[in-house]
Design a protein around this ligand. Structure first.
Ligand SMILES: C[S@@+](CC[C@H](N)C(=O)[O-])C[C@H]1O[C@@H](n2cnc3c(N)ncnc32)[C@H](O)[C@@H]1O
Length: 238
């Protein structure tokens, strides 16, 4: 009980340390992210943009568009934002490196046992998820214009190669399982500007995500993992 109370108190402190935009996104039930994770995204994002690191902003895993709204806010004439998602049912975790928890989570989703944020219908059962995410961007004054701000529907593995992104300043990888995390991290890291940051959402939640990141760091000594609730992958500093 004491732990539960402490958890709620931390959540409240994290909530009030967020920007008004992030608080609004949480109040409107647009994100699954804990306020502490949102705060970490905001800090790393503003640090990166504030330092003038060149490149685009990318999100793999948009869902209802909560974290997307925070990232898209930083798009500009020189810096595009791309949010990628199937905007439907999450693809299955098919790797042997995904854990039992991931497989159970997926089973619950496909057997329609999943409940959304605050009792809402689960987002993956909606047929208008893409339109919903576009509406949220519009609501916050950062409309999807297909140029500066783009939402891209389809499997990452199929849509990403068509986008022609060559330099990345900041990326948020929030796609749960081993295969997509491995793909997105490899593609993002090789385009990451010096001083850029890749925030990984599920490192402490799903074994497949953690394995994909650990393997990447092992095989790419030029990068390091800075641990946090949602850790950061960045170029190793000399
Ligand atoms: C946890 S949700 C993203 C949550 C969101 N960032 C938020 O703020 O709540 C993960 C999303 O990634 C998408 N996804 C996972 N694997 C994918 C893949 N291979 N291609 C496209 N979308 C994928 C899922 O459909 C889902 O919408």
């Amino acid at each position: 009980m004491l732990r539960g109370m402490r958890g709620r108190a931390h959540r409240l402190v994290d909530f009030w340390s967020l920007s008004p935009l992030a608080r609004s996104v949480l109040r409107r039930r647009l994100t699954y992210l804990h306020p502490g994770k949102l705060r970490h995204i905001e800090r790393r994002l503003h640090e990166t943009i504030g330092a003038g690191v060149p490149g685009d902003i990318i999100e793999f895993g948009v869902a209802l568009g909560g974290s997307t709204v925070l990232l898209a806010r930083e798009a500009s004439a020189e810096r595009r934002f791309y949010g990628l998602d199937v905007f439907g049912m999450i693809p299955e975790p098919t790797s042997l490196k995904d854990d039992a928890k991931s497989k159970q989570r997926y089973q619950d989703i496909v057997e329609r046992r999943s409940i959304g944020i605050g009792g809402d219908p689960y987002y993956g059962y909606r047929h208008d998820l893409y339109e919903h995410a576009c509406t949220q961007l519009l609501y916050y004054g950062t409309p999807m214009d297909g140029e500066r701000i783009r939402l891209v529907k389809g499997l990452f593995e199929e849509t990403w190669p068509t986008l022609g992104v060559d330099r990345i300043a900041f990326a948020h990888i929030d796609c749960d399982w081993y295969d997509p995390v491995r793909f997105c991290l490899g593609e993002t890291a090789r385009r990451l500007s010096l001083g850029g940051a890749i925030v990984i959402d599920d490192y402490h939640d799903y074994e497949g995500c953690r394995t994909a990141v650990d393997e990447f760091i092992r095989d790419n000594p030029g990068f390091e993992l800075v641990d946090a609730r949602n850790p950061v992958v960045r170029h190793r500093r000399a």
